[in-house]
Design a protein around this ligand. Sequence first.
Ligand SMILES: C[S@@+](CC[C@H](N)C(=O)[O-])C[C@H]1O[C@@H](n2cnc3c(N)ncnc32)[C@H](O)[C@@H]1O
Length: 395
Amino acid sequence: MPAEPEIEAAAVGLRRQLADQLEKNGRLRSRQWRAAVEAVPRHAFIPRFYRESDAPGVTAWEPVTPEIAGQEEWLRLVYSDETWMTQFDGGDIDWADPQPISNAAPTSSSTLPSLVVRMLEDLDVHEGMNVLEIGTGTGYSTALMCHRLGSERVTSVETDEGVARRARDALATAGYSPHLLVGDGSVGHLDGAPYDRLIATCGFRNIPPAWLEQVLPGGVILTTLRGWMRSLGLVKLIVTGDSASGWFSEDDPSFMIARQQDAPKSLGTVPGPDDGTTRSAVGGPEILTCPGSAFMAQLAVPDARFFSMPVDGGTVGTFVLDSVTDSFAVLASTESGWRVRQGGPRRLWDAVESAVGTWEEYGSPSTAAFGLTVARDAQVVWLGNPSGPQWPLTS
Ligand SMILES: C[S@@+](CC[C@H](N)C(=O)[O-])C[C@H]1O[C@@H](n2cnc3c(N)ncnc32)[C@H](O)[C@@H]1O
């Protein structure tokens, strides 16, 4: 086993390589953030983690530690541009005897450095600014901000006590001492306000009102939005008093949803074969999975989820269920095309088709054509400009 100084020496080179790579792919754009990437030891924040296994079948993860992978390979993986999982289903991992994991949902991770750095660049921070981070996770992104701004300028909130404790220890080991809080980041942290910048590294269904109150006018809120079917991508808002407005980014990066906002366990009532009314449908279930149309579907039916299972005669039907309003749509293919059967107070597929139709009329643009305006009483996603077609974000 190489001694600690040998790890440090190897890590210095790997950090420089990582910074080169992030600069080359355009994610790292400034001298100051490059200095942070070169200085912060990611290996202090992910001494052990899980990676997705290549085995066919169900999604599974395998542990990576210096003992299992070998010190050199572990360190190489630590400094690769990958997201590494550090927690599943909100439980603690038994690192004395780590086992492969399947049938579990990741609940904490160290986000891939290119996304971390790109968001920090987008945050547009300057010396002397106060930043509130939501989702401390391993503490790696927190450490980058401490390096850039000074620990006293950084406040970070993590909802999970165990995750927060490990982040605190790792930050202290690396020499950083930001303000760390355990709690629900949707309420921000009033005692540390006002903030110049707020960055969230977990996804929210809408913009929590407390953020508007705690970020200074002219300040920036940078967060990913999430629905129960998919991510709505990254949005950068400029705060103007008690409202905020801004654009979605071109790509749509995704973060795990804030724990308090996860979908209810029950998908809702599965309709019987004779429930609802049937009509022909313009498209099929691919609308729910192709990037552009799926973004529209998420906007149109924010409380819905979908799954496929055999319906009468053994054909596969796609069920779109909204457990909040108890509405449903079931898509099935026939010889003449797709048919949809709908019931409940909301015609879910009508709403999806209408939103996708509007998007197509505008030339099927990328998410960068969409913006979000947040006011005290409403939050709306718009297309093209604030008075263009609109879809409310669910509250
Ligand atoms: C993708 S990880 C954060 C990655 C982290 N910034 C890093 O660089 O390692 C998301 C984190 O958000 C936390 N989280 C989820 N819901 C939260 C909430 N409502 N408030 C604060 N943290 C939350 C999760 O426990 C998880 O640790």
